[in-house]
Design a protein around this ligand. Structure first.
Ligand code: ZN
Length: 235
């Protein structure tokens, strides 16, 4: 018996929480499925801290048992518009994988979520990746998640002792509009989330980066009023 595993009826889950729309919805789904939720965010040298403040608000609103923020400065590696101030965030969509891709980010984040899950005695990890309305990042695809889960179950003491891990991706095949509709049905307040790559210190969105475009289209397609706070009034 793994002494860390809760013998009660509720199971623990670790969730990656960025403070954006997708991860907030993912958290609401995990909670709705009956998990005791432990949220994990990263202060990774991203362009702005508004998303960490958003993650804190979302954690409180959705009743996580613990919200941990790990300091991990990915600017030491750079290579992304989100972690290198000399690379601008594009305001138009380009062909291929955009420069907002952060090298190996989900691999690194999931690895730390796996470590924390093992310590907590949690066998379930949730990540709000999406492979429909997304920017084409390779570490958001189902093949990557399946490979990571397989690796996790080779790498850990818990799995070897009979407590395997499952990586849950409840949003992976949903459109952005479907994600928003699901979240609203579960009571997510999207006005407290921040998706913009270029948000200012108050969390006001630029309205023109790739992430803003996907979010804006999502609310439009969902037929839901967009509660995002923009720096400029949109027409
Ligand atoms: Zn933006």
């Amino acid at each position: 018996m793994n002494p860390a595993v809760d013998t009660g009826t509720r199971r623990k889950a670790v969730l990656l929480l960025s403070g954006g729309l997708d991860s907030a919805t993912c958290l609401a789904i995990a909670r709705d499925e009956g998990y005791d939720c432990y949220a994990l965010s990263f202060d990774y040298g991203q362009r702005h801290h508004a998303e960490l403040a958003a993650a804190q608000r979302v954690s409180q609103a959705l009743g996580v048992l613990e919200h941990k923020v790990i300091q991990l400065d990915l600017r030491d590696i750079g290579g992304s518009a989100l972690t290198d101030s000399t690379i601008d965030v594009p305001t138009e969509q380009a062909d291929g994988i955009p420069v907002t891709y952060v090298p190996a980010r989900n691999t690194v984040f999931l690895a730390l979520a796996l470590g924390w899950a093992e310590v907590l005695g949690a066998q379930d990890i949730f990540i709000g990746v999406n492979a429909v309305d997304y920017s084409g990042y390779p570490d958001c695809r189902p093949e990557f998640i399946a490979a990571f889960e397989q690796m996790a179950n080779l790498a850990t003491k818990a799995s070897v002792e009979g407590y395997p891990f499952q990586i849950h991706t409840p949003l992976i095949h949903l459109t952005k509009a479907e994600i928003i509709q699901r979240g609203i049905a579960l009571g997510v307040d999207y006005s407290s989330t921040v998706s913009c790559y270029n948000a200012d210190i108050a969390g006001l969105a630029c309205g023109c980066c790739d992430s803003c475009s996907l979010r804006l289209q999502g609310f439009c397609m969902a037929g839901v009023n967009d509660p995002t706070k923009y720096r400029k009034k949109r027409n």
